[in-house]
Ligand binder design. Structure first.
Ligand code: NAD
Length: 309
């Protein structure tokens, strides 16, 4: 099958491309390498170094006429979205519209969109469900949510099939210390350099950490199931930052130094996504626990060269 993956040189996208190529698909990557890396690109993938906002990106989809488009390319850094909301919107909203136009004209069977728990903002709820209200508190959350709305409307107007996957905090090999949900990557980077880990607040804030290979499996399932659905890809389990530090210390063996700093303004205290819908509709459930996922990520990180400043 011919497939386009936008953002296929990035953290999650590169793992997805690997899985699609292992299943003998012809994979075209659309990525301008702003945060993606050449070394992450699978040698059997066809790379188009283009911006998703460009006419060229649209033309590639219209020429290649893929059966599926996995749309992961994004400005995925909350801080950048606050500094530069226009750029964030251009990539996450206008870029998505450009792709939707191309998908419609190329008769793409389905688009699978990577979205985020950031759409909910600071929802004070123990377990968030897909039909809970979205109240983004960052431009990033707002632009991803707006892109979701365009997808829904495109589907209503033109019959384009889609599945929106809202991820919890994704972690795993190849994640960089920047962007969404990067606390695991930040801590591992510091551990490799034998530096102190800065914990914001009391460390009791919790997140729903989902391993990247589980996210890939969910994307593969979404190619088959779940038309016009918005679905959480998460573990439905809370892990606190303090628990994360303890587990990393266990894996590391040597002591890890921590420094507790002031809580960040606007930081969400708890965020956990109910994954019942993913189990029912996608027939998917996470295969990795925080223990097995962190172990694989730790071992990967340990073998990376330490970059000199
Ligand atoms: P990433 O930054 O590693 O990957 C994004 C990729 O998109 C990069 O390869 C980058 O070069 C490319 N890109 C950015 N702007 C582009 C543009 N204008 N044109 C073409 N390519 C462009 O981020 P990631 O963590 O792999 O995130 C992938 C997707 O998953 C994003 O849509 C993000 O919003 C979503 N997401 C990630 C997380 C997480 O925890 N990492 C959580 C929720 C949702």
């Amino acid at each position: 099958m011919k497939i386009v993956v936008t953002g296929g040189a990035g953290f999650i996208g590169s793992h997805l491309v690997e899985a699609l190529i292992a299943e003998k698909n012809e994979v075209h990557i659309l990525d301008n390498l702003t945060t993606g890396k050449y070394e992450y690109i699978h040698p059997k993938a066809i790379i188009h170094s283009v911006d998703i906002r460009s006419k060229k990106a649209k033309e590639i989809i219209m020429k290649e006429k893929p059966e599926l488009v996995f749309h992961l390319a994004a400005q995925a850094d909350v801080a950048i979205s606050i500094e530069n909301p226009l750029y964030d919107t251009e990539v996450n909203v206008n870029g998505t519209i450009n792709l939707l136009e191309a998908c419609r004209q190329a008769n793409v069977r389905k688009i699978i969109f990577s979205s985020t728990s950031a759409v909910y903002g600071n929802l004070q709820k123990e377990l968030i469900k897909e039909n809970d209200d979205a109240h983004p508190i960052s431009y990033y959350g707002l632009s991803k949510w707006t892109a979701e709305k365009y997808m829904e409307l495109y589907s209503n107007l033109f019959g384009l099939s889609y599945t929106i996957l809202r991820y919890g905090n994704v972690y795993g090999p190849r994640q960089t210390a920047k962007g969404e949900g990067g606390v695991v990557a930040v801590f591992l980077d510091k551990i490799r350099k034998d530096m102190t880990l800065n914990v914001h607040g009391d460390g009791e804030q919790t997140r729903d950490f989902v391993f990247v290979k589980d996210v890939v499996a969910a994307n593969l399932a979404a190619a088959r199931y779940g038309n016009k659905e918005t679905i959480h890809i998460s573990t439905s389990n809370n892990t606190s930052v303090n628990q994360l530090v303890s587990r990393l210390a266990e894996l590391h063996g040597d002591p890890i130094h921590t420094n507790y700093t002031a809580a960040r303004t606007g930081d969400i205290k708890h965020s956990c996504l109910d994954n019942t819908k993913a189990k029912q509709i996608l027939h998917w459930h996470p295969q990795y626990t925080i223990y097995s996922g962190l172990e694989e990520t730790y071992l990967y990180s340990k073998n990376q060269p330490v970059q000199l400043p």
